[in-house]
Design a protein around this ligand. Structure first.
Ligand code: TMP
Length: 209
């Protein structure tokens, strides 16, 4: 627990990955692991978690919203994030040992910045609207694109995008991990769920406990 004692606010872990990469199951397992160790923890998802954020999520993922401009999409993701940070996340980091978030700003960098090609505008706005909140550790669950997509029962507006978009997502995450090797760790999620969860627990233990 030595590393824990020197930090005056909670550790912020974000979990990222392609569609169908198994984030939800891994987050559930990680949550149990951290709680069993006796630490307090709060879990969020992006976009969402707040009342307003969940409404924004519905707009973003609704297949009917075909006319949504890519810029509106970017702004809505940022809006959901600022709402979460201001309403809950900053406080949660002050009162908990850990906060785990299912996606955070790396999703915007990869989905809107890299795969949609909005580039620099995304980098600048992400930095501006993260309001000083940065993950201590980002876990990227890496799966083959087609395997992940085949796991989906139904597809929302983002998941319905062409294979080319999803291939770019994978490339985008790998590039981002190369750019920030200290913070972003790739976990091979091709293995069994149990093996993936064990790898994630070991990574968290090694990093923080
Ligand atoms: P989820 O279904 O994994 O919770 O994520 C919602 C969808 O929104 C998923 O397709 C990824 C996408 N997304 C972005 O495109 N940009 C973002 O900034 C975030 C947080 C999610």
């Amino acid at each position: 627990m030595a590393k824990k004692n020197i930090k005056e606010k909670g550790f912020f872990i974000t979990v990222e990955g392609l569609e169908g990469s198994g984030k939800s199951s891994v987050i559930k397992s990680l949550t149990n692991f951290i709680k069993k160790k006796g630490f307090s923890l709060k879990v969020h998802r992006e976009p969402g978690s707040t009342r307003i954020g969940e409404k924004i999520r519905k707009i973003l993922l609704d297949n009917k919203n075909k006319e949504l401009s890519v810029y509106t999409e970017l702004l809505l993701y940022l809006a959901a994030r600022t709402q979460l940070i201001e309403e809950q996340l900053k406080e949660d980091l002050l009162v908990n040992d850990f906060v785990v978030c299912d996606r955070f700003f790396d999703s915007t960098l990869v989905y809107q910045g890299y795969a949609l090609g909005l580039g620099e505008i995304v980098h600048k706005s992400v930095q501006m609207f993260s309001l000083g909140v940065n993950p201590d550790l980002t876990i990227v669950l890496d799966t083959p694109v087609k395997k992940g997509l085949s796991r989906l029962k139904s597809k929302d507006r983002i998941e319905s995008r062409p294979l080319l978009f999803h291939n770019k997502l994978r490339k985008g995450y790998l590039l981002l991990a190369k750019k920030y090797p200290e913070r972003i760790k790739i976990i091979n999620a091709r293995n069994s769920l149990a093996a993936v969860c064990t790898n994630v627990h070991e990574l968290v233990e090694k990093t923080f406990l």
